[in-house]
Write a protein that binds this ligand. Structure first.
Ligand SMILES: Cc1cc2nc3c(=O)[nH]c(=O)nc-3n(C[C@H](O)[C@H](O)[C@H](O)COP(=O)(O)OP(=O)(O)OC[C@H]3O[C@@H](n4cnc5c(N)ncnc54)[C@H](O)[C@@H]3O)c2cc1C
Length: 316
């Protein structure tokens, strides 16, 4: 059942922030940016600066990629179509509670990402923990205020709330309790994996890494392990059950279409080559040949044509 955003009880976040969990959220954010440009144009620029300020809360890979994509949408697609809106009125701000963005990455890659964001006009505020969010501002714990009508929350996830309605053993924060074979504790015949499960990280080097992280690469590895173990259990081959061992392959973070920071099997690199590796990996991971062709075609067209600034509307 996956995960959902975690608002940590921070006042106003659920009410006033957009979230970034999947494609529908990405479309909502894109629509919001376009709407703000349209409103500003119709009002002849007579809108508050807060309506043209986009504040992404959370300096992990989701926040960094979201801020970079909003900037790319504004700079590459919208700015040429809305020449009456002065670029210096439009702000993209990335806020993070910690001292660094992308804390899980190597320091050199972090610096590269930060330099890239600065070059693209994304303002990064570190040690900037949100205390509350109001309709027109984000108030930080240290008293600073960011005037924005467009706050986007990417600062945390938690297992799907619906788990609480099922009769399952749960940890406080990490989901369904399973053993190293991915079997749900005290529920014979039940297995759990992915973002909604608290999976012991048997190769963990520290207490902080006690559970396998909620990532797609971990979930895919768990899928194979669970399938093998379920088959062994069905066949009565208990001795063939294998403990799940998470082997992280690395991390890829794309900042717009020309720059990425990657750490793959201990090798660190950034720039255009990193984008090509990011995209090749993405295509390889897509299951459907039609999906692969559509995504590749989109990327190739993007090399020659400016992206269209059309809103994507769907019924929610
Ligand atoms: C913006 C973003 C970017 C990410 N980027 C990366 C990345 O670059 N690399 C990486 O490794 N990981 C990434 N992740 C994490 C990755 O997406 C998750 O770890 C992964 O999808 C977990 O897989 P899952 O199957 O557990 O959950 P999900 O992929 O969320 O799937 C859960 C499924 O359960 C369904 N479901 C939910 N509730 C119900 C219900 N009541 N009844 C029936 N079905 C239900 C949902 O519709 C969904 O299809 C990213 C996550 C986000 C939000």
């Amino acid at each position: 059942m996956g995960a959902q955003p975690n608002f940590f009880g921070i006042e106003g976040v659920e009410e006033h922030c957009l979230t970034m969990k999947g494609v529908a959220d990405a479309e909502r954010i894109r629509n919001r940016v376009i709407e703000r440009f349209e409103d500003a144009t119709l009002a002849d620029g007579d809108v508050p600066d807060s309506s043209l300020t986009f504040a992404v809360i959370g300096g992990g890979s989701t926040g960094v990629e979201t801020a970079a994509e909003i900037d790319a949408l504004i700079t590459d697609a919208l700015a040429p179509d809305y020449p009456s809106i002065r670029r210096d009125r439009v702000k993209v701000i990335l806020l993070t509670r910690g001292a660094e963005i992308l804390p899980e990455l190597d320091p050199a890659l972090r610096r590269a990402a930060r330099a890239r964001l600065a070059a693209r006009n994304v303002e990064v505020l570190t040690s900037a923990a949100a205390e509350r969010v109001e309709a027109g501002r984000v108030v930080l714990k240290d008293g600073r205020e960011i005037e924005t009508e467009n706050a986007i929350w990417t600062a945390g996830g938690r297992p799907n709330e619906l788990l609480k309605t099922l009769d399952l053993p749960l940890t406080e924060r990490d989901g369904v309790i399973v053993d190293e074979y991915l079997r749900v504790a005290d529920r014979p015949g039940l297995w759990s994996l992915g973002d909604c499960a608290a999976i012991p990280n048997v190769l963990a080097g520290s207490e902080k890494e006690r559970f396998v992280p909620p990532t797609a690469q971990a979930a895919v590895q768990q899928g194979y392990a669970a399938a093998e173990n379920v088959l062994a259990a069905l066949d009565g081959r208990e001795e063939d059950l294998e403990p799940f061992e998470y082997r992280p392959m690395g991390q890829l973070v794309e900042l717009g279409s020309e720059f990425a920071v990657n750490e793959v099997l201990g090798v660190r690199f950034s720039g255009l080559l990193a984008v090509l590796v990011w995209r090749a990996t993405y295509l390889y991971k897509l299951e459907s040949p039609r999906g692969k062709a559509a995504v590749a075609a989109d990327w190739i067209l993007g090399l020659f044509f400016r992206p269209a600034a059309a809103e994507i509307r769907r019924d929610d």
